[in-house]
Design a protein around this ligand. Structure first.
Ligand code: UD1
Length: 344
């Protein structure tokens, strides 16, 4: 395999990172993982190796540790791009502990950008979020929908990170950066070998649903049914994590082919909105089970409705989502119900 295709993946053992590492290998890249396993498990690496038949280079390093990061970059003189996933992502926790979020998410980014500059690496793919649009005036949102004041420190770190990257591109004039604004990732690898591993009580909808179906949680609370939407519950754009992973490969290919420096944002969603109750009912139907749920009060900070306009990614990256919600909900349940992740 050509060493030109070595890609450093920070947070490569995490939920989106691990699925992306699999897709990178399938596409002929050689991923090198940098992860401190604060929110991921080491055995995920064995699973990736098992799935792909490749052995993976892994470095247990905190991305904020400038010296250790530099040492990893020194080991691989042929890294051709970086995908930077490593970040804290729990919205509620970020409200309780803002310094943890500002410190970790922003320092790790600046350390990675410095190392890229030192080593003359020109391609960066960054994990951003649709949270940058806040409560949009108009849906679907395009990449030029105005960025809103963040409602949480987590969201703020995504907005500030985008700004840091843009400033670095303008200053450095050799970097091609892609900001991928993820909508709501769900699902798991169809093999059932890798998937989401929330720590403690899940904050996100689909892991809460699967844990309720499995009996780990008693009941799902649907946060509000009095919104101005199709059935009163919030609308989101849920995207299969394997589709999302493939968007990173498309983004790398695109960025590698840019001659000039650039910083471009892309919405990575399906272009279709689903309500919370639509997800609950689709989950019951495709998996042929009944879910305990009740309607509760609204959760503070939730936007009413958001979904993506995805034309830009389709045209420029030649990427669009392929897997539907039913497949994602089946794959999420396959991952949760077979329980192999609990036995390790
Ligand atoms: C949130 C963040 C987003 C972040 C993502 C990380 C905000 C506004 N959104 O997305 O930036 O990238 O997490 O994964 O900060 N729900 C229930 N019951 C539950 C859990 C969720 O009804 O037990 C509902 C929520 O009210 C929401 C929908 O399900 O309407 C999706 O919630 P969630 O999975 O937490 O994602 P977001 O809040 O959309």
């Amino acid at each position: 395999m050509s060493s030109k295709k070595e890609i450093l993946v920070t947070g490569g053992a995490g939920y989106i990172g691990s699925h992306t590492v699999v897709e990178l290998i399938e596409a002929g890249y050689t991923p090198i993982i940098l992860d401190d396993f604060r929110n991921s498990q080491k055995w995920i690496i064995d699973r990736i190796e098992d799935l792909t038949g490749n052995s993976i280079q892994v470095h247990e390093v905190d991305c904020c540790d400038e010296v250790a990061v530099e040492e990893v970059f020194n080991l691989y003189p042929n890294i051709s791009g970086v995908i930077h996933f490593a970040a804290d992502k729990a919205v509620g926790e970020s409200v309780q502990n803002p310094l943890k979020y500002y410190s970790n998410n922003l320092s790790s980014l600046t350390v990675i950008l410095k190392a890229m500059d030192n080593h003359d690496i020109k391609t960066l793919v960054f994990s951003s979020s649709c949270t940058v649009y806040g409560e949009p005036e108009k849906i679907p949102v395009t990449e030029s929908t105005p960025i809103k004041e963040a409602t949480s420190p987590y969201g703020d770190t995504k907005i500030i990170s985008e700004r840091i990257i843009k400033a670095e591109v303008d200053a450095n004039k050799s970097l091609n950066a892609i900001l991928l604004r993820y909508f709501n990732p769900i699902g798991a690898h169809p093999s059932g070998k890798i998937g989401e591993l929330p720590q403690g009580i899940p904050n996100n909808l689909v892991p809460y649903i699967t844990q309720t179906a499995k009996g780990i949680r008693e009941e799902l609370t649907v946060f509000g049914n009095d919104y101005d939407t199709v059935d009163g519950t919030n609308v989101r754009d849920y995207i299969h994590v394997v589709d999302l992973a493939k968007a990173h490969v498309a983004a790398l290919d695109y960025a590698n082919n840019q001659n000039e420096y650039s910083c471009e944002a892309f919405n990575i969603g399906t272009g279709k909105g689903s309500s919370v109750l639509e997800i609950v009912h689709a989950f019951e139907k495709v998996n042929n089970l009944k879910l305990n749920y009740k309607i509760g009060p609204r959760r503070s900070g939730d936007v009413v409705a958001i979904y993506a306009e995805v034309d830009k990614a389709k045209k420029a990256l030649n990427w669009s989502s392929e897997l539907d919600i039913d497949t994602a909900l089946k794959d999420s349940w396959n991952w949760e119900s077979n329980g192999i992740h609990n036995e390790d």
